[in-house]
Design a protein. Structure first.
Ligand SMILES: [Ca+2]
Length: 301
C-alpha cells in the first residue's frame, strides 16, 4: 500500500510539474497586450521600450569605451526612428566603429539582488554585422571588491558569477552573428587544459542563429543554487520557444550572493574586425526589455 501511495504521489507531482511547465508558455506579457502597463506588474523589476527620453536614461549606466587610437567621435548610442526598423516609435540603436567606440554596455543594477530572474528583450543585428568579440544580454551576481578577477580566472564562490547569452562569433560554421550560447564564469567553472579559466559555454539545442535585419525575441532565466547543492539552473527561449535547459549548476558558495545586475553589452576591439568577418562597423538594435521574477514571454498583440 505504501508503495502504491508513493507512486500515486509521484504521478501527482509529475502532473503538477507538467502543468507548471505548460502554464509558463503564457507569460506575464500575455496579460499586457503590446506591453502596455507591464512595468507596473509586481513581478516586473525593469521595463524599457526606448519610446521616450534619452536612450539609456532608464538604465543605471551606459558605458562607452573607445578603441585605442580612435579617431571617430561618432556617438554610438541613439534613438532609431526609421519606421521600417523601429519597434513602436523608437528603438535603441548601438553602433560600434573600428575607428571609434569598441564597447557599449547598458547596465541595470537590481540591488540587493535576486535568486531567480528572467530577462526578455528584442534584438536586431544589422546587415553590417559580421561577428563580434563578445556581447549579448546577461546577468551578474557581483559582490563588488574585485569579484570578477579577469578573463582566464575563476571567481570566488562568495563574490561573483556571470553569464551572457550571446552569439558565438566566428567560431563554428554559422552565418553572422553566429549561434547563441551562454558564456559563463562561476567558481566551479572548468579550466582549459593549461589551468586557465575561460568563459564556459552552455549551448542551446538546436543551434540558434539570429537572422540579420530581423527582430528576434530572446529570453533567459537564471536560478541561483542553494549553497552546498548543485541545484542552480539556466534556461533560454527564442520567440517564446524553449531552446536551452541547463541544470545542476553550482553557481555560488553562499546564499548571500545574489543576481544583482543585468546588462546589454557589445564589444569588438579594432584589431578584431579582420578575424570577425571584416567590415568597419557593427550595428545592433534593442527594444522591449523586461526584467522580472516570472516568465515574461514575447510581446503580445
Ligand atoms: Ca520601442
Amino acid at each position: 500500500m505504501k508503495a502504491s501511495a508513493a507512486t500515486c504521489c509521484l504521478i501527482l507531482a509529475l502532473g503538477l510539474s507538467a502543468n507548471a511547465a505548460r502554464g509558463q508558455d503564457k507569460g506575464l506579457a500575455a496579460k499586457y497586450p503590446k506591453d502596455v502597463g507591464i512595468g507596473r506588474d509586481k513581478a516586473v523589476l525593469f521595463h524599457d521600450d526606448f519610446e521616450e527620453g534619452n536612450v539609456g536614461a532608464a538604465w543605471d549606466e551606459v558605458n562607452r569605451r573607445k578603441g585605442r587610437g580612435a579617431t571617430d567621435d561618432a556617438e554610438p548610442v541613439e534613438a532609431e526612428t526609421d519606421k521600417d526598423i523601429a519597434r513602436g516609435k523608437r528603438s535603441a540603436k548601438v553602433q560600434l566603429r573600428k575607428d571609434g567606440h569598441e564597447d557599449v554596455t547598458f547596465v541595470k543594477w537590481l540591488k540587493p539582488g535576486h535568486d531567480e530572474l528572467y530577462m526578455r528583450y528584442y534584438v536586431r543585428y544589422g546587415k553590417d554585422y559580421g561577428y563580434h568579440g563578445h556581447g549579448g544580454s546577461g546577468f551578474m551576481a557581483d559582490a563588488g571588491k574585485g569579484g570578477f578577477k579577469g578573463a582566464g580566472k575563476a571567481p570566488d564562490g562568495d563574490k561573483f558569477f556571470w553569464a551572457t547569452l550571446e552569439p558565438i562569433g566566428p567560431r563554428g560554421d554559422f552565418d553572422p552573428p553566429g549561434a547563441l550560447i551562454f558564456y559563463a564564469y562561476w567558481w566551479k567553472m572548468k579550466a582549459d587544459g593549461r589551468g586557465n579559466y575561460w568563459g564556459n559555454w552552455f549551448r542551446p539545442k538546436p543551434d540558434q542563429v539570429p537572422k540579420r535585419e530581423t527582430w528576434v525575441c530572446v529570453e533567459w532565466r537564471v536560478k541561483a543554487n542553494t549553497a552546498g547543492k548543485d541545484d542552480g539552473e539556466l534556461d533560454c527561449w527564442i520567440e517564446g520557444k524553449k531552446c536551452g535547459e541547463f541544470r545542476d549548476i553550482n553557481w555560488r558558495s553562499t546564499n548571500a550572493l545574489k543576481v544583482n545586475k543585468v546588462q546589454l553589452s557589445l564589444w569588438l576591439e579594432p584589431a578584431g574586425y579582420t578575424r570577425a568577418g571584416g567590415g568597419t562597423t557593427r550595428t545592433v538594435w534593442y527594444d522591449d526589455v523586461v526584467v522580472a521574477t516570472q516568465y515574461i514571454g514575447p510581446k503580445s498583440e
